[in-house]
Design a binder for this molecule. Structure first.
Ligand SMILES: Nc1ncnc2c1ncn2[C@@H]1O[C@H](COP(=O)(O)OP(=O)(O)O)[C@@H](O)[C@H]1O
Ligand SMILES: [Mg+2]
Length: 301
């Protein structure tokens, strides 16, 4: 984790284009944000991934359209006011949908890794377990309020940052959403990250395929010659590493552009003598940053 002082409103603002495209035209989106929101101390890349996971779940719950509301609010939780949440000041970020809702049985299991009610290939069951892990590691709390047939609210309570006098927000920057249409192969053994990253790139217009390990990735690259970009994790437990994959792909198809990612980039790359060989983006990454890097690399000659 790489926590920073984060203004959740700003993060949502930067992310709005992606959220709109993710839920599609069938859903109305409303933002209800507190203008004087406190800062929280969290890893912004992980908050972004968590938010996208919540939004994608809301989209999946509203196949026939509906309303998605994203809200932020300062809240001081009193002792025993919110079950399981320690008393204190929090920034609350909630995502509400008017979708299918959950039965109490489903509701009780949503944070279990691999628990999904979606068909094979659609759900990994890892979204909410990731969100839960992130919130708990940040010292926060997560609350699920859902009624079958009515809708769902998932609220993240992120501890208010203890601000020193020199704590300053990073300059606000609204970024244009990068788009493209090229064929990209994404490889990562972390299923949830693979899914969220692939969905994000597909939302930006790319034709995305994904693989959970290097062997599958090589098979896909051999079966289809037209991939223009490979975005791969470096450290994968089984078989070939991302660096070995990148070298093999480059050998067979020299024109392909390759971007690596890793949670411990430097050490691993140094061990494999690949520091200057391929560009790399450190994990956890900001989704928009990945999209920008990919777009820039596709357009450089
Ligand atoms: N907004 C929501 N509305 C209804 N059900 C939901 C919602 N979010 C999550 N769920 C339920 O929780 C399950 C687990 O969610 P998640 O961990 O994100 O995995 P996945 O989305 O891959 O199924 C979903 O399969 C669904 O049954
Ligand atoms: Mg999900």
């Amino acid at each position: 984790m790489n926590p920073k002082l984060v203004n959740a409103n700003q993060l949502i603002g930067e992310f709005q284009g992606l959220i709109r495209q993710a839920v599609g035209a069938g859903c109305k989106i409303t933002l209800r944000t507190d203008d004087r929101l406190w800062l929280c101390h969290v890893d912004p890349a992980l908050l972004e991934t968590a938010l996208l996971n919540l939004v994608l779940n809301a989209r999946d719950a509203m196949p026939d359209g509906g309303v998605l509301e994203i809200a932020t609010q300062n809240i001081v939780v009193e002792e025993d006011a919110v079950a399981g949440c320690p008393a204190g000041p929090y920034v609350m970020l909630s995502v509400t949908d008017t979708g299918c809702g959950m039965s109490p049985e489903v509701r009780d299991r949503v944070f279990e890794p691999f628990f999904t009610t979606k068909e094979v290939g659609k759900g990994t069951g890892l979204g909410l377990s990731m969100v839960y892990g992130f919130v708990r590691q940040s010292g926060g709390h997560i609350a699920v309020d859902s009624t079958a047939g009515v809708g769902t609210t998932i609220a993240l309570y992120l501890p208010r940052a203890a601000q020193g006098p020199d704590a300053e927000e990073e300059a606000s920057q609204t970024q244009a959403m990068p788009t493209g249409s090229e064929r990209i192969l994404v490889v990562d053994d972390n299923e949830d990250l693979l899914k969220v990253t692939s969905e994000m790139l597909a939302i930006f217009g790319y034709q995305v395929s994904s693989a959970g390990n290097a062997t599958d990735a090589l098979k896909m690259l051999q079966a289809e010659q037209d991939f223009e970009f490979l975005f791969t994790d470096v450290a994968m437990p089984s078989g070939m590493s991302g660096v070995e994959l990148a070298r093999e792909v480059k050998r067979v198809k020299p024109s392909i552009k390759i971007l690596l990612t890793s949670g411990y980039a430097r050490e691993i790359l140094e061990r494999q003598n690949a520091v200057d060989e391929f560009p790399i983006i450190a994990k956890p990454y900001r989704l928009a940053e990945v999209a920008r890097r990919i777009q820039a690399m596709l357009h450089e000659s």
